[in-house]
Design a protein around this ligand. Structure first.
Ligand code: NZQ
Ligand code: ZN
Length: 393
């Protein structure tokens, strides 16, 4: 196991009706003038924004509202938020929504105290030195942004999707009420489940030896998702299954399952070009890319892929031919994704095979290589997109 530090300072408040306490938590973490940031309407329609307003009013906390964050959040909304926060002297941002709203909130949080363009921090590794505090009320189990220090924003000009990471962007508190996710369409629930599994796989495929504890934690999250996702697809009001998925989504991405080991993240980077260019759901893009990436890297460490096949998908180990077991595991993963309604090839996703050279050219490769579990070249990535174009079950 590698040396590591682990900081997860967020206070998690989990369970039914916990959103009604948001005003108390904003006060606890020093907010006196709040930007309530939300998406394209689901939080208004469900009555959640009214509950948030009532809770802030009860605590005597002033607020301004800014809705309209779109999935794959855009830089234009971030600029609008920064301007509003400066004009209204906002000192706390409350994100009400999913990964897109939370990531937009994080971008505004770092942009308000910064003299230059907030975009300077995206895709560059420039360290964040200051950010407004944020709090979260989560409405979809997926991106894990409620527990992560990451933010992913798309620059409309050039459709560039880039990320930024800093512990300063971690939420002060995150309210997780699984009942809030019951209004999700099945497709969004499945996209979220896919993203959660992908966050674990990005960490599971490692070159670090002797990482039994994190291997086993990863497998626990994956097994939970394999069991609980079909239950919520069949019955969207299954609170207990939703509760397990919601906590799995946090555990999958605050890095507790990834510490002390090298990680990959190539599938995420390859996917970000798809959601950047076609504005498709991130989870759906991952459903197409991740198994294709697995096929491409399968022989890098056959025993690790076979271990996943045996422990997560219950495949029988073929000691004579472990690659057969490994490939069977990838097949099971793809079959599982299809069974919950996910696309499995570029065409089903709405992407075009002829755009592959454009997708590859946009991927900001560092010196032409990616790093990670397997260090990929442009030719390798082209091949992964080609596998994704032809994928079938
Ligand atoms: O905008 P509204 O009307 O709220 O609708 C949203 C949106 O259309 C809807 N929705 C959310 N909660 C709902 C609901 N509809 C009904 N009932 C509810 N309770 O769901 C749609 C998707 O929402 P979004 O926030 O986009 O989903 P998700 O949480 O999957 O976030 C995706 C974004 O997060 C980024 C992705 O790249 C993508 O841009 N990621 C962020 C990460 C991070 N910050 O750590 C890591 C991830 O790997 C990921 O890259
Ligand atoms: Zn993701």
């Amino acid at each position: 196991m590698d040396n590591f530090t682990f900081l997860s300072p967020t206070e998690f408040i989990f369970g039914k009706n916990t959103e009604n306490d948001c005003g108390r938590y904003v006060k606890k973490y020093g907010g006196s003038k709040v930007l309530v940031h939300y998406g394209s309407g689901s939080a208004v329609r469900s009555g959640l924004i009214d509950k948030v307003k009532a809770s802030l009013d009860k605590e005597g906390i002033g607020y301004v509202l800014l809705g309209g964050v779109q999935p794959n959040p855009k830089d234009t909304k971030v600029y609008e938020g920064i301007e509003l926060c400066r004009k209204e002297n906002v000192d706390f941002i409350l994100s009400v929504g999913g990964g897109s709203v939370i990531d937009s909130s994080k971008a505004i949080a770092l942009g308000v105290p910064y003299d230059g363009d907030f975009w300077d921090f995206y895709g560059t590794g420039k360290p964040v030195e200051k950010a407004l505090p944020i709090g979260v009320i989560l409405t979809i189990a997926a991106a894990g942004s409620e527990g992560s220090g990451a933010s992913v924003i798309t620059k409309e000009e050039g459709k560039l999707k880039r990320d930024c990471g800093s512990d300063l962007l971690r939420s002060r508190f995150s309210i997780l009420d699984p009942a809030l996710t019951e209004t999700l369409p099945a497709y969004q629930t499945a996209c979220g489940a896919t993203d959660i599994m992908a966050h674990v796989f990005e960490r599971y495929f490692t070159n670090t030896k002797e990482v039994e504890i994190t291997d086993r934690l990863c497998e626990a999250v994956l097994l939970t998702m394999v069991k609980e996702t079909p239950r919520v697809i069949a019955d969207p009001h299954n609170y207990e299954a939703r509760a397990n998925i919601m906590w799995a989504g946090m555990v999958a991405h605050n890095d507790i399952v990834g510490v002390g080991r090298s990680q990959d993240w190539n599938s995420h980077n390859i996917e970000h070009e798809l959601s950047g260019l076609y504005d498709v759901a991130h989870g759906a893009g991952l459903a197409v890319i991740m198994p294709s990436w697995m096929e491409f890297v399968c022989t890098h460490n056959v025993m690790r892929m076979a271990q996943m096949a045996v422990r997560v998908f219950g495949c029988e180990m073929d000691f004579e031919d472990p690659e057969r077991t490994a490939r069977q595991g990838i097949h099971c993963f793809r079959k599982f994704l299809a069974s919950i309604g996910m696309p499995i090839n570029l065409q089903q996703l709405g992407a075009k095979e002829e755009d592959i050279p454009l997708l590859v050219s946009k991927l900001g490769l560092n010196g032409g290589r990616t790093g990670g579990y397997v260090n990929l070249s442009e030719e390798d990535i082209t091949q992964i997109y080609r596998i994704a174009a032809k994928a079938e079950i």
